[in-house]
Design a protein around this ligand. Structure first.
Ligand SMILES: Cc1ncc(COP(=O)(O)O)c(C=O)c1O
Length: 394
């Protein structure tokens, strides 16, 4: 048997494909039509919030958010260094001075106390990344941020459906983004995203920002073709709009997959719990602690492997790969260690102790939801065998 790192989150069923074929055959327009409206209204119901807008990716959503923040030079934005690069790039591009925050070694998500230490007069925004599918409890900083007018952005790219204190991630902060990229808990045919904007005033600017500034003329125009078929306008000082739209077929995929999110997440949770409990006799490998319902929707199944007597996670990678044909992954390379961030002046090395330690000692198991039960059990048994082999070497 062989288990690779899959580039797709899930499979579509016949009824999903039939629905998409209907859109391919009949939708007119093929973009910005009824399926976009339906996907947005379904998502708004799911999140329990108005002001949600479908966009081409979570990176696009973050780009829009960073424009709406109207950052000035030297404004600081606090972002965990342990995340995917898109959590940071849009803010850096739009004036922000990035301040890297560390993670909590237990949760492997941003350390709220470290954020608090880094807040100062220049702080304008904080990015909370609900990484791996795990919902970060950031209630401790909500009051502080309100008082200082610091905006909270929730990056929920990996955590669709996760909840904290009874609330869905992405419904608590001032802004949030979601991803429907190929590997996420649901995907809109490979790419896609959603942006939520709490302020109704700022929300009015999103449609223009995502679509080249397209906006409507007043309804009482005498001739629909004058002064032009459509207007271009944007009420955001010195900012140019983008083209970040999602096609009708992608929105159709969003509609069908959103309905399945709960059952897909439940399967992830069930398998993750089984995997973790079966490995509970191996204290050298540490997963997130167990959580109440939906706190963790296990976008990824990652663990810390504690090195001992020269045996480390690289040995675990090697055995799984060479003996059992299983490809795992390392995630996430501390952003300040990448040449890109170093060249852009954001590469102050080794300033986040836990970020470095976790990356250097972690392993992420393949965890695509379409993996068969047989493959999943093979993954589990092979991991147990590999851990036993490593024990015999110590
Ligand atoms: C934490 C996080 N934020 C943002 C993104 C960007 O998502 P997208 O690929 O939809 O732009 C990703 C994608 O992997 C992510 O993992």
């Amino acid at each position: 048997m062989k288990i690779n790192w899959s580039g797709r989150a899930h499979n579509y069923q016949k009824s999903d494909i039939d629905f998409l074929v209907k859109i391919i055959k009949t939708a007119d327009p093929l973009t910005q039509g009824e399926y976009l409206k339906k996907f947005e209204s379904d998502f708004a119901k799911f999140l329990g919030k108005k002001n949600v807008f479908a966009v081409s990716s979570a990176a696009a959503a973050l780009e829009i958010i960073s424009l709406l923040l109207q950052l000035q030079k030297n404004d600081e934005v606090i972002i965990p260094a342990h995340t995917y690069c898109a959590s940071a790039i849009p803010f850096a591009r739009n004036n922000a001075k990035i301040i890297w925050s560390d993670i909590d070694l237990k949760t492997r998500t941003v350390d709220i106390d470290d954020i608090i230490k880094k807040i100062n007069k220049k702080t304008k925004a904080i990015v909370i990344v609900h990484l791996y599918g795990y919902a970060v409890d950031f209630s401790k900083i909500v009051k502080i941020c309100k008082k200082r007018n610091i905006k909270i952005i929730e990056d929920c790219a990996q955590s669709l459906g996760a909840e904290v204190n009874g609330k869905k991630v992405g419904s608590i902060g001032d802004f949030s983004c979601f991803s429907f990229h190929a590997q996420k808990n649901i995907t809109t045919l490979g790419e896609g995203g959603m942006v939520y904007v709490k302020s109704s005033v700022l929300a009015k600017k999103v449609k223009g920002l995502r679509h080249n500034g397209h906006s409507s003329y007043s309804k009482n125009r005498k001739n629909y073709w004058l002064p032009a078929m459509g207007n271009l306008d944007l009420d955001l000082k010195n900012k140019w709009p983008y083209k970040f739209t999602l096609s009708e077929i992608q929105c159709g995929a969003g509609i069908v997959m959103l309905k399945k999110l709960k059952s897909l997440n439940n399967l992830r949770i069930k398998r993750a719990k089984k995997f973790i409990s079966k490995l509970s006799n191996f204290p050298e490998i540490i997963f997130n602690p167990s959580f109440k319902k939906n706190r963790h929707v296990y976008h990824l199944l990652s663990a810390l492997y504690k090195p001992k007597k020269g045996i480390n996670r690289n040995h675990l990678f090697e055995i799984l790969n060479t003996k059992f044909n299983i490809t795992c992954a390392t995630q996430y390379f501390p952003l300040y260690r990448y040449p890109l961030f170093k060249k852009m002046g954001l590469g102050k090395s080794y300033q986040c102790k836990n970020t470095d330690y976790f990356f250097d000692n972690m392993i992420s198991f393949p965890f695509h939801v379409w993996m068969s039960e047989k493959e999943f059990n093979y993954l589990l048994k092979s991991t147990i065998k590999s851990l036993n082999i490593l024990r015999s070497k110590i």
